[in-house]
Each structure stands twice: as C-alpha cells, then as structure tokens.
Design a protein around this ligand. Structure first.
Ligand SMILES: CC(C)(COP(=O)(O)OP(=O)(O)OC[C@H]1O[C@@H](n2cnc3c(N)ncnc32)[C@H](O)[C@@H]1OP(=O)(O)O)[C@@H](O)C(=O)NCCC(=O)NCCS
Length: 186
C-alpha cells in the first residue's frame, strides 16, 4: 500500500531482509525511539539472533529511492525466549498467562519521525499480523501514554500486565494482547 509523506515520497510496505539491513533498521529505531551507540551495538546482536528463530519475519517501509523509513518484526511466541520468561510472572499474577501460547509477538515497530502519522506504523503491524498463523498477538510498550499505546489500543490490543520491569530497561512496560486479525478502522 503506498503512503505519501509531507515531502511527497511514496512509501511502500514489503518484505524486509532484516539480517542484511539491520544497520538501517537500527538507525530508524535510534531516531524513533532513542538509542545510544552502545544500545545499538547490543540491539544489533539481539536482532540478528532473533531472525534465526523459527517463524521470525520482518516488513519494511521503503521510499522510492530505497531508503528504509520504518520496520516491524516479530515471531511466534516461545515460552523459552527471554522476553517471554520476563513477562510470564506478571501475566500469571493477572491471570492472563495463557496469552503466551499461540501468540505472534511483535518484537519491534518503529517509524522514522519524518514519516510518522501517515498510517505507516498501522499498515506495518496489520500486514505482518495478517499472515501470522496464530489467533492472537502480544507485545510490550513503555507503560505511559504514547502514540504507540494509542495505536495499539485502536487495533484492539488490551493490557495484559502493567509495570513490567525488564532487566536493564530504565522504564516499566505494559504487555498488551489482541485477537487476530487486528481491528480495522471503520
Ligand atoms: C508508534 C509508531 C510506530 C507509530 O507509527 P506511525 O506511522 O506514526 O503510526 P500511524 O500513522 O500508522 O498511526 C497513527 C496512530 O497512532 C496513534 N497516535 C499517533 N500519534 C499519537 C499521539 N500523539 N497520541 C496518541 N496516539 C497517537 C493514533 O492511534 C493514530 O491513529 P489514527 O491514524 O487513527 O490517528 C511511531 O510513533 C514510532 O515509531 N514511535 C517511536 C517508537 C516507538 O514507540 N515504537 C513502539 C515501541 S513499543
């Protein structure tokens, strides 16, 4: 689906070979989310490892000149994955732990600030989850009001746990889950 930004670039959503374009993707994430050089180096190893996991997939948003301006990636949840082991006790305490089974995890979603609020993030997450084999999706987002939280709620994601603390992350996260396919605006 083509998207026009304020400079009139047409942006196309499609398959992303995240392994070969990891540095471009992390540059987008650094602009969108804020990452230090040290954090980029750590994330780089994590992304490359994630892309070896069964069912891991990525989509990119690319301008006509081939510049990557947004990406999403995720994978079927596996209770043995680090993310799942961190959130599991919080979900168990809330009685929402069964969401860890048969769920597609959205691991990262970022759109370059110059291209936000054009529907690109919404298209990335709905497109990747539309082809998931699982009946639902889970993710974590920093636990404060943000465009990300607003977007996820509008797609049907609801809170499964709040104030989830990841080791090394300075801010607590909310874990959210939604049935698939994600809700469309009518
Ligand atoms: C979250 C993010 C990916 C959304 O990408 P985007 O392309 O700007 O999003 P879209 O244009 O597709 O969707 C915008 C939706 O987000 C929500 N949104 C956008 N700006 C918002 C704001 N200031 N306040 C609340 N909600 C907002 C709305 O629900 C909006 O829906 P609408 O189209 O009906 O108005 C982008 O803001 C981003 O990269 N943020 C920084 C990184 C980040 O937080 N990533 C998520 C980590 S969990």
């Amino acid at each position: 689906m083509p998207h026009r930004n304020r400079t009139d670039d047409t942006v196309t959503i499609g398959h992303l070979d995240l392994r070969s374009r990891v540095d471009e993707a992390l540059a987008v994430q650094a602009h969108a989310f804020g990452l230090s050089d040290d954090e980029i180096a750590v994330r780089r190893q994590i992304v490359l490892r994630h892309m070896t996991y069964p069912g891991a997939r990525a989509l990119g948003a690319t301008t006509e000149s081939g510049r990557l301006v947004g990406f999403v990636y995720g994978m079927p949840n596996d209770r043995l994955h680090w993310w799942s082991t961190v959130v599991e006790p919080y979900l168990r305490a809330r009685g929402t732990e069964d969401w860890l089974d048969d769920s597609f995890v959205i691991t990262e979603l970022h759109v370059h600030p110059g291209y936000q609020n054009r529907g690109i993030g919404r298209t990335l997450i709905t497109t990747i989850t539309d082809t998931a084999l699982q009946p639902r999706s889970i993710l974590s987002a920093i636990d404060h009001e943000s465009p990300a939280r607003g977007l996820y709620r509008s797609l049907g994601y609801e809170d499964l746990a709040r104030q989830v603390v990841f080791p090394s992350a300075p801010k607590p996260y909310a874990v959210m889950g939604a049935p698939l396919p994600l809700r469309r605006n009518t």
